[in-house]
Design a protein around this ligand. Structure first.
Ligand code: SF4
Length: 491
């Protein structure tokens, strides 16, 4: 069996899932990477090349067989080369009775006063074991290979997306072998072990089209909105296996007592039992189940508010490139898609234009509620207040007037849906978009295409598509809002 340092991505990327490892080992074909993944790959290559340029002159390990590449690497190390680009390591091990060829191909080996340091260039900003276990495990693999083949320890570092070096400590050969044994066991597992699905866990996984229909066919309890991965495993053990089982479960009986893992702790389902059975009932009956009258701020007018952001390498947080607002209600207004420009200082100018537009709206409507869906807008308005400051108190006023519709929906009604994301709820209430392709990842990929393009016409076409997507997000928010408000009089 061949295991490479990047094999850990099977287990951890885009989400942690044991089944993905088994599916790949069984030869099941996953979907091809989407536009977003392709953009990230390209950005990663550029990040690595830019860093290489700062380390030149470097010894390059030429393509060849495993043995040729490793011999060239060891020769460069023994001749104390200052920088070795794309070194190559391979060793054979017996793990769980299996012959394993373990290989690793880090980006750089750099000679320092303390000896060699293995460095990988990553776009990520946080590379701790909890936040990026795939990166952590990849570095551990390099550390183990170097120690085994060179006979001494190497330092481990990530050159991160902000251009800083982050140290990763080597956990030692025993801990590495234990983790490797787990990966080998997963590769050999038959495919019939239980693995819950999850909306965010599976959404961008290449095997979604394999696992999701299977889970639907067996009516798996993990499909129910609000059932976490650990809850699903515990419910299975307690004999609550299907959506129907959960819908029938007594919310005052054994269901609240079911224990499940929550981080390092163990919790019981407790008061969440009522909401879970309602969500299951909504799915079984194929209709919404009303809980309470929706609570909506009293106002004649509202602002639909939605942001589009991108993770820019070398920026600590996302950059908002489009601030979308539209007044609706008794005195509706036009869509305003306020963009930051591509030139130096464009980020600040975009924020300033947004504040100016909001000042006009506040002048006309007073403290008008801004309807958002989830916490993204609040997080990023706070971020921009810190990054560029406020203007006449308008940013702080925006923050005070944000109203998140998602909790209001959850408190009012259980929907026959697996996810309460805007894209799912808008479909449920009958909203239709004009664009075939849309979504957060799609818009990020499009933004980078626009950024790359030297042709103003192409750039405008792409930006207009993103503006249409954002305008339809605002329309979808308004449509869902009107549906929710309708439940106040017609539950
Ligand atoms: S689709 Fe979901 S369950 Fe299947 S391999 Fe991917 S993350 Fe795991």
């Amino acid at each position: 069996m061949r295991v490479s340092a990047s094999s850990w991505y099977e287990l951890y990327d885009p989400s942690e899932c044991a089944r993905r490892v088994s599916l790949i080992a069984a030869g099941v074909q996953g979907a091809e990477p989407g536009a977003y993944e392709v953009v990230l790959e390209e950005l990663g290559r550029r990040h690595e090349s830019a860093y290489l340029a700062t380390l030149e002159p470097a010894i390059r390990i030429a393509p060849g067989t495993d043995d040729q590449r490793m011999a060239a690497t060891l020769e460069a190390i023994h001749s104390s080369a200052q920088v070795i680009y794309q070194p190559y390591f391979k060793t054979n091990l017996t793990v769980e009775g299996e012959n394993v060829a373990l290989v690793g191909n880090p980006d750089f080996l750099v000679l320092t006063n303390a000896g060699y340091v293995i460095r990988d260039a990553k776009l990520a900003r946080h590379v701790s074991q909890d936040e990026m276990p795939q990166v952590y495990r990849q570095l551990q693999t390099y550390g183990f290979l170097f120690e085994t083949l060179v006979g001494q320890a190497a330092g481990l570092q990530v050159y991160d997306g902000l251009g800083t070096l982050q140290d990763v400590s080597y956990e030692g050969a025993d801990a590495f072998r234990a983790a490797l044994a787990q990966l080998v066991r997963l590769r050999r597992s038959p495919l019939d072990f239980y693995e819950p699905v999850g909306w965010s866990k599976c959404q961008t996984c290449p095997f979604k089209s394999t696992c999701w229909p299977e889970a639907e066919a067996r009516r798996d309890v993990s499909l129910v909105y609000g059932v976490s991965q650990e809850m699903a495993k515990s419910l299975h053990e307690a004999g609550i296996v299907t959506i129907e089982d959960l819908a029938r479960a007594d919310e005052n009986g054994m269901l609240p007592l079911v224990p499940y893992r929550f981080g390092n702790k163990v919790r019981t389902i407790g008061k969440a039992a009522a909401a879970l059975t309602l969500s299951a009932r909504a799915l079984v009956e194929g209709r919404e189940v009303h809980i309470a009258l929706p609570v909506i701020p009293p106002s004649a007018n509202f602002v639909s508010f939605d942001l589009e952001g991108v993770p820019i390498p070398a920026m600590p947080e996302e950059t908002i490139y489009l601030w979308g607002i539209q007044v609706f209600g008794v005195n509706p207004g036009p869509y305003q898609g306020i963009t930051s420009d591509f030139e130096e200082g464009g980020d600040r100018r975009g924020w300033q234009r947004f504040l100016e537009a909001m000042a006009v709206i506040f002048d006309a409507h007073g403290d008008i509620p801004l309807v958002v869906y989830s916490s993204y807008e609040a997080t990023h308005v706070r971020l921009y207040l810190n990054r560029h400051g406020d203007w006449n108190g308008v940013g702080a006023r925006v923050l005070r007037n944000l109203w998140d519709m998602l909790p209001a929906i959850r408190n009012a009604v259980a929907l026959p849906l697996y996810s309460y994301s805007l894209k799912q709820v808008e479909l449920y209430v009958g909203f239709q978009r004009t664009q075939e392709e849309f979504g957060g990842s799609w818009s990020i990929a499009q933004y980078f295409r626009a950024l790359e393009s030297q042709d103003p016409a192409t750039r405008n076409t792409i930006l207009n598509e993103i503006l249409t997507y954002n305008a339809e997000d605002l329309q979808a928010t308004i449509r869902v809002f009107e549906w929710l408000r309708g439940l106040q009089v017609n539950p």
